[in-house]
Design a protein around this ligand. Structure first.
Ligand SMILES: C[S@@+](CC[C@H](N)C(=O)[O-])C[C@H]1O[C@@H](n2cnc3c(N)ncnc32)[C@H](O)[C@@H]1O
Ligand SMILES: [Zn+2]
Length: 335
């Protein structure tokens, strides 16, 4: 297992394989990696094809080598990773390191209130992603964490694959899936530079991940690039009133990773939906009580929780009309 804050493997040219071998060796999965179809991967930096080599996967154009460590293809490289993302990776690895069950089996450890709200959001996501084909459609879950939405999509009959920046989070996914008895292909990747060609999956999903990146708009475009049919995200949202409350410390809890949260705003959503080839969009706002010790305590009391949940739904219904909420579900179809 990687240790905490383990630095990224340095980019090196493979000095084991001869150039000829590197050029001609067909891609196989003889390394038995956690990603089943290595031949579908491309260089996340330049989108060129990869070839198999002794040290990992080598870009046939820019020659970067992506190592396969503990069977996980590490499709990130410090030569192109920006500073904010590198810091986020370290912070997320720290968060997920040691993998207490509370980090792995989300949402099981949350308060009753949070569990109910999360399941509701996920239920809406699944409804909006309804499959319109008899064959299972493919969905790639970026920023997958320990696999909360991966598991839900798998249960709903999708052909699921997953990626995350944090290897420690992927260990969690591995633990979660082994405990629950399923397998999905996964690898390490930055959602701003995904290692897949255009239109590789029917659908691309990210839940609570884009706001951790320095550029959620770029992340959204990247999801749109790899998806043939649809993109769906659920992210924190901030409107005028909530921004004001946040300034008083009443609306948003700081990010556990210590990074700066880039919550979606109406104007960012407008930009997301106006780039490129999208149509038929759903935008749904939610209002959840700001998390914190008090909400968590009350929200776990069997008698109080239904009252809080009922109140939240009522308030949400009233505030949606004036576009106030602190979560947003965004589903967009590709043209
Ligand atoms: C709040 S967690 C959400 C995890 C999961 N989607 C869920 O809802 O349980 C945010 C996740 O985004 C990942 N992440 C942060 N920045 C990322 C990036 N640039 N590319 C891919 N994943 C990233 C983190 O490692 C973390 O697993
Ligand atoms: Zn390359």
């Amino acid at each position: 297992m990687a240790t905490r804050n383990q630095p990224l493997p340095k980019t090196v040219l493979c000095n084991i394989c001869s150039p000829d071998m590197q050029r001609t060796k067909p891609m196989t999965n003889e390394k038995q990696t956690t990603w089943d179809r290595l031949e579908m991967l491309v260089c996340p930096s330049c989108h060129a094809r990869l070839s198999d080599c002794a040290q990992g996967l080598r870009c046939t154009t820019c020659n970067l080598i992506y190592t396969v460590t503990e069977s996980i293809p590490r499709m990130v490289d410090e030569s192109w990773l920006d500073e904010a993302t590198s810091q986020e990776m370290v912070a997320q690895d720290e968060h997920f390191a040691g993998l207490p069950d509370k980090a792995v089996f989300k949402p099981d450890y949350h308060s009753r209130y949070q569990r109910r709200r999360m399941r509701r959001h996920l239920g809406d996501l699944l409804t909006d992603l309804k499959q319109d084909s008899t064959e299972p459609l493919s969905v790639h879950v970026a920023c997958c964490g320990t696999g909360y939405e991966v598991e839900a999509l798998l249960g709903a009959g999708w052909q699921v694959s997953a990626s995350d920046l944090s290897v420690q989070a992927l260990y969690g996914l591995s633990k979660r899936s082994a405990t629950r008895g399923y397998q999905v292909p996964y690898l390490q990747a930055d959602v701003l530079h995904l290692p897949f060609g255009d239109n590789s999956f029917d659908v691309a999903v990210a839940v609570e991940g884009l706001h951790h990146t320095p550029d959620p708009l770029k992340g959204f475009c990247e999801l749109g690039r790899i998806a043939r049919r649809r993109i769906a995200v659920i992210e924190p949202y901030s409107g005028g009133l909530l921004n004001a409350l946040a300034r008083l410390g009443l609306a948003h809890r700081p990010e556990y990773s210590g990074g700066q949260a880039r919550r979606l705003t109406a104007s960012l959503i407008e930009q997301m939906l106006s780039v490129g080839r999208l149509q038929g969009t759903t935008t749904r706002l939610y209002l959840d009580l700001p998390p914190g010790p008090v909400t968590d305590w009350f929200g776990d009391l069997p008698v109080i929780e239904p009252l809080l949940s009922g109140f939240t739904r009522l308030a949400q219904g009233m505030l949606r009309g004036i576009r106030v909420g602190n979560r947003v579900l965004l589903v967009a179809d590709c043209k």
